[in-house]
Design a binder for this molecule. Structure first.
Ligand code: BGC
Length: 704
């Protein structure tokens, strides 16, 4: 309330020119907009967005930077470097809210020390399509998991007095022609899926700003979507912060009437739509009485309110950044995010092994890859290598193979000093097979460059890597594969390899984390935050509409799976995925016993988890709704990551958010729980249920 009152008081003292000055951000000089915009004063560091302050009223300028995987820098501030976290999917795979908070704090501190008071983080779009080039920037396919982790990241950032966004509101779930993409969905199903993720995260963490997406939703652009911005976000949820557009997503001034409060990166709007909508056109609309004074004041107050609530006007000197601590956050995220998908007894490699080990492919002698686009971070010691890839469209210039200097090969040599380790680049199947044949064990890397602006054509590993893996597996039965990708890939060789490790983009400590998992120094505990389909035919859209259409082609993607995203879709269709949501192996074993469940307003379940194996390890027991009255309905209701010593037990209690037990009733604008018995399961993954129970719930209509 204090920030609300202060915002009101300050706004009343402003001139209209001052009010309008807050409503846009200007993009810093970078390879896409190389000429420095004169509106950015000398001395202001280049970054994604700059909004001037009003010094006479103590309003600071807004300096905005990307984003979720570290403070990004390519092109903006040559020479600047920052801690490079793993892909957000790795954080998703950790199922660890405490780690998410650490990551958020790290991002906030590294933004603040550079003078950035807005972090464009909080990417939370659900991974609906395994071809989406930006899934690596998002947390999961599940609304609850995404919301819980995003809220902690945002909270961590804002605790450092840096405003965080949450983005991209909403349904920006594919990159294909994203500026001309109409994402069609049933509105109630939208509330039960992507919007529920936003709703829970927003109510938990109160991010200062919401960034709207590039796409249309049911025919209206996200930034001008009256229903989503005014009816849902601001009215139903009571959101008090501001809505900023994505960069180049404000074609018209009247988006201000539809709920947008700030136009971002105005130069991109000039490139795409030939206008700076919230400059002259918005001012003209105001002069003509088309933009009411009350709305102008509301836009400004929302921005001021978030500034005051997060405290960006109260900054003293920035606390010093502890880069070693931040490196540890990157390392922990990689350690907890790596998922052991398959292990037929080849892992872990013994520390004192004298085996001949072949390491093949993936530039493993150099480092680990990252995803590309606005989230790309230059790590503290710079990139180990950059290979320019390119591609059509605005983002083509930003598509590179970037390698972070954390070599899995070097890390393995360090952890296995008595082994004889040789490297082959994996350029040709025949050459790789020669080394594999004379080795005892083979570790072959598969990688893929994924990034903003590009959907993937299919699930195939590029550059002939499948052929290399096939050849190596034929040459040596003791072959394992490490995947460095931002999405599931097809694994035609799956039955012929003994181990598969999903390492995502593992960040600046990724090489070390991979080696630690392979050698058992770290017991793997990651669980898949997205379903790995056997092939695209199992997914809701075997063919992606518009894929490959030239830049500028209007396309429509129907998200007809509605709320049945990912594992829910597989449950509905009965298809068997390659690896299910929640799956992940360990070097120890866990048993579940004594499931008790109570109903009423919501479901609370307790279970005892015991480490029955030989090693210390972390488990993630998962509670699912499997059946509602009259229909099967799979929903993750809760989870907890717990560490247990061998032989130790812990009782875990999970209480479900009642919205996960309800359906959204659009006509009533509320959530509805129908009477009857609800069946839940405690499982190791969405398709590996161990214990089940049933409980009645009280029928009710609640919330908004
Ligand atoms: C991306 C946003 C990003 C913005 C600013 C856009 O292209 O979609 O996620 O925050 O650029 O760099």
């Amino acid at each position: 309330m204090a920030s609300e009152a202060r915002a009101l008081e300050t706004e009343q003292q402003m001139t209209d020119d001052e009010r309008f000055s807050l409503l846009i951000s200007v993009m810093g000089a970078n390879p896409i907009t190389p000429v420095r915009d004169q509106r950015i004063p000398a001395g202001v560091p280049m970054s994604a967005g700059y909004t001037p302050g009003v010094p006479r009223l103590g309003i600071p300028a807004l300096l905005m930077t990307d984003a979720s995987l570290g403070v990004t820098n390519p092109g903006y501030r040559p020479g600047d470097t920052a801690t490079a976290l793993p892909a957000a999917l790795a954080l998703g795979a950790s199922f660890n809210p405490t780690l998410a908070r650490e990551a958020g704090g790290m991002l906030g501190r590294e933004a603040r020390v550079r003078g950035f008071n807005v972090l464009l983080g909080g990417g939370i779009n659900l991974a609906r399509d395994p071809r989406n080039g930006r899934n690596f920037e998002y947390l999961s396919e599940d609304p609850l998991l995404s919301a819980v982790l995003a809220a902690e990241v945002i909270d961590g950032t804002q605790a450092e007095s840096v405003i965080s966004t949450i983005k991209h509101y909403s349904l920006n779930c594919n990159e294909t022609n994203r500026h001309w993409l109409d994402a069609v969905i049933d509105p109630d199903a939208h509330r039960e899926s992507d919007l529920l993720a936003f709703q829970i995260a927003i109510e938990r963490a109160q991010p200062g700003a919401v960034m709207s997406g590039y796409n249309q939703i049911n025919g209206e652009y996200a930034g001008g979507n009256h229903h989503l911005l005014n009816d849902v976000l601001k009215d139903a949820w009571g959101y008090t912060g501001w809505v900023m557009s994505d960069w180049g997503a404000t074609p018209s001034w009247d988006y201000a009437l539809k709920g947008l409060d700030q136009e971002s990166g105005v130069q991109i709007d000039v490139m795409l739509w030939n206008t700076e909508s919230f400059v002259a056109p918005l001012q003209a609309a105001y002069a003509e009485g088309k933009l009411p004074k009350a709305r102008l004041s509301d836009m400004v107050r929302r921005i001021l309110r978030s500034m005051y609530a997060v405290g960006v006007d109260q900054w003293g000197p920035a606390p010093a950044v502890d880069l070693a601590r931040h490196h540890a956050v990157a390392l922990d995220t990689a350690r907890q995010g790596i998922v052991l998908l398959k292990n037929d007894g080849v892992l872990p490699l013994a520390a004192d092994t004298t085996a001949r080990i072949a390491v093949i492919g993936g530039h493993a002698q150099v480092g680990v890859p990252i995803g590309t686009g606005s989230s790309a971070v230059v790590p503290p010691s710079g990139y180990a290598a950059v290979v320019k890839l390119g591609g059509p469209g605005v983002m083509g210039a930003a598509r590179n193979l970037y390698l972070l200097p954390s070599s899995p090969l070097a890390a393995l040599k360090k952890l296995l000093p008595q082994a004889q380790i040789d490297f082959d680049p994996g350029m040709s199947p025949a050459e790789a097979a020669m080394l594999a044949r004379r080795s005892d064990v083979v570790i072959v890397f598969g990688m893929r460059v994924e990034g903003e602006g590009f959907d993937l054509p299919d699930l195939t590993l590029p550059w002939g890597q499948d052929a290399v893996i096939e050849a190596v597996a034929s040459a040596n039965p003791h072959t394992m594969v490490v995947l460095e990708t931002g999405n599931p890939v097809a694994m035609p060789w799956r039955d012929r390899v003994k181990g598969i490790v999903q390492a995502w983009y593992p960040g600046q400590a990724g090489g070390q984390a991979i080696a630690e998992v392979l050698t058992g120094q770290v017991n793997p505990s990651g669980r898949l935050p997205i379903t790995f389909p056997a092939d695209l035919a199992q997914t809701p859209r075997p063919a992606l509409p518009g894929l490959g259409a030239p830049w500028g082609t209007p396309i429509t993607i129907r998200y007809d799976e509605g709320a049945e995203v990912g594992y829910r879709w597989f449950a509905k269709t009965g298809a068997k995925p390659l690896y299910a949501f929640g799956h992940g192996l360990s070097y120890t074993r866990f048993a579940y016993s004594d499931l008790t469940v109570s109903g009423g307003e919501t479901i609370t379940a307790s279970v005892t988890v015991t480490n029955t194996g030989m090693h210390e390890g972390a488990d993630v027991p998962q509670l699912y709704l499997t059946d509602a009255p009259g229909e099967p309905r799979l929903r993750l209701l809760g989870f907890e990551r717990i560490e247990l010593a061998p032989g130790a037990s812990r009782r875990v209690t999970i209480t479900a958010d009642p919205r996960l037990l309800a359906r959204f009733d659009g006509a009533a604008g509320q959530w509805r729980i129908t009477a009857g018995a609800y069946r839940v399961a405690l499982g190791r993954s969405a398709d590996d249920v161990v214990l089940t129970a049933e409980t009645p719930l009280t029928p009710r209509v609640f919330g908004t």
